[in-house]
Design a protein. Structure first.
Length: 364
């Protein structure tokens, strides 16, 4: 068989949403081609929601790390990422939650109000910011026209940052996301607040609803189905499989996921498959990236792949980059290191699926 890989596979964010109820869903399964690719659920009130905006009390500042510890209105501890802002212990600051807590680490936040979508970040009160994300890898000159076109649809009081995945998106998709983000903010935020008139921490914006969050992750989903609890068993079975360290693909490839405190090791065993290695490579690449997304694995990831030639490594690396586009966390694929392991990093966003399932079972 010709040793060729299909490196032009399009990313698939999700084409169907499955809800537990129409009016106010508490859990949503994001499906792609009939397979579960991401799972969202309402968390306990003591866990800050991604996208919520708060006035927080700064507890401790670590200038050398550009981080600060802070308290929310309910006493929840968070970690705030600083840039060039000068924060004082005891002062109040406007922050946006960007990641849920995990392991022993608190939820993460950034300074200011940020409305983050798949394609853009909308910035209330910062009309002077209209640019491409510094971490996007996009060429500023080639995207300047897209920035101008996108900014033309913004109200005067909002700024905007184009994210990596805006590069290949339709202008109508970007503008529609901007409209939804701003509408959600204007409908749900307490816009009467003035930071210098507030003396205690306060929640300003609860963040997007679960349904809206699913729409950000899977903006192309054109099918929505509501099913009752008895019909969720098949999805629960997929979730249970994704919470186990060993995953067997439908081509009999065994993939081991071994998270530690500092990194996640992924081992690929293709000995049980009847297919040749060239036939399996697209299948393995897609499965690994889908499982990383579904399991919400983040941080440093090292993948021990079957032995490949140098040219095949390059092709497989590009294949993984294509598949990674479906993950809203924007995984960075670095290629093979000196030890022959495929290296990548993924920004933390949601807690790992295993921990989310434990929370759900404790509530039941």
């Amino acid at each position: 068989m010709d040793r060729q890989f299909n490196t032009s596979i399009q990313d698939n964010y999700g084409d169907q949403l499955i809800l537990d109820n129409h009016s106010n869903p508490t859990k949503i399964a994001i499906m792609s081609d009939g397979k579960l690719v991401e799972f969202l659920s309402v968390l306990p009130p003591n866990i800050p929601q991604i996208g919520s905006v708060h006035i927080a009390r700064i507890q401790q500042v670590f200038k050398q790390h550009r981080l600060a510890n802070a308290l929310l209105e309910d006493g929840t501890h968070i970690s705030v990422r600083m840039s060039d802002e000068k924060l004082q212990t005891g002062s109040l600051a406007l922050v946006t939650i960007t990641a849920e807590p995990w392991d022993t680490k608190p939820a993460r936040a950034v300074l200011g109000a940020e409305l983050a979508g798949r394609y853009v970040i909308v910035l209330p009160g910062k009309p002077e910011i209209r640019r491409v994300s510094k971490n996007s890898g996009l060429n500023k000159d080639s995207t300047s026209q897209q920035v101008d076109l996108t900014a033309a649809g913004l109200p005067d009081e909002f700024g905007i940052i184009l994210r990596r995945q805006a590069a290949d998106a339709q202008a109508s998709s970007i503008l529609n996301e901007i409209k939804n983000l701003i509408t959600s903010w204007q409908d749900g935020a307490d816009l009467s607040f003035k930071l210098d008139h507030i003396s205690t921490p306060k929640k300003i914006y609860s963040g997007p609803t679960l349904f809206h969050s699913a729409g950000i992750i899977a903006p192309l989903a054109n099918s929505k189905i509501c099913i009752d609890d008895s019909e969720w068993q098949e999805i629960y079975d997929e979730l249970d499989n994704a919470a186990k360290p060993r995953f067997i693909t439908d081509q009999d490839v065994a993939i081991w996921f071994q998270p530690t405190k500092g990194l996640t090791a992924i081992d690929i065993d293709s000995a049980g498959s009847r297919l040749s290695l060239p036939q399996l490579m697209p299948h393995i690449g897609q499965t690994v990236l889908k499982q990383i997304r579904l399991r919400q694995i983040s941080g440093a990831i090292f993948v021990d792949m079957p032995r490949l030639s140098k040219s095949d490594r390059i092709k497989f690396n590009q294949l993984c980059i294509n598949y990674a586009l479906a993950d809203i966390r924007h995984p960075d694929i670095y290629g093979y290191g000196p030890a022959g392991l495929l290296e990548m990093t993924v920004r933390h966003r949601h807690m790992m699926l295993e921990n989310r399932m434990k929370l759900l079972s404790s509530k039941a």
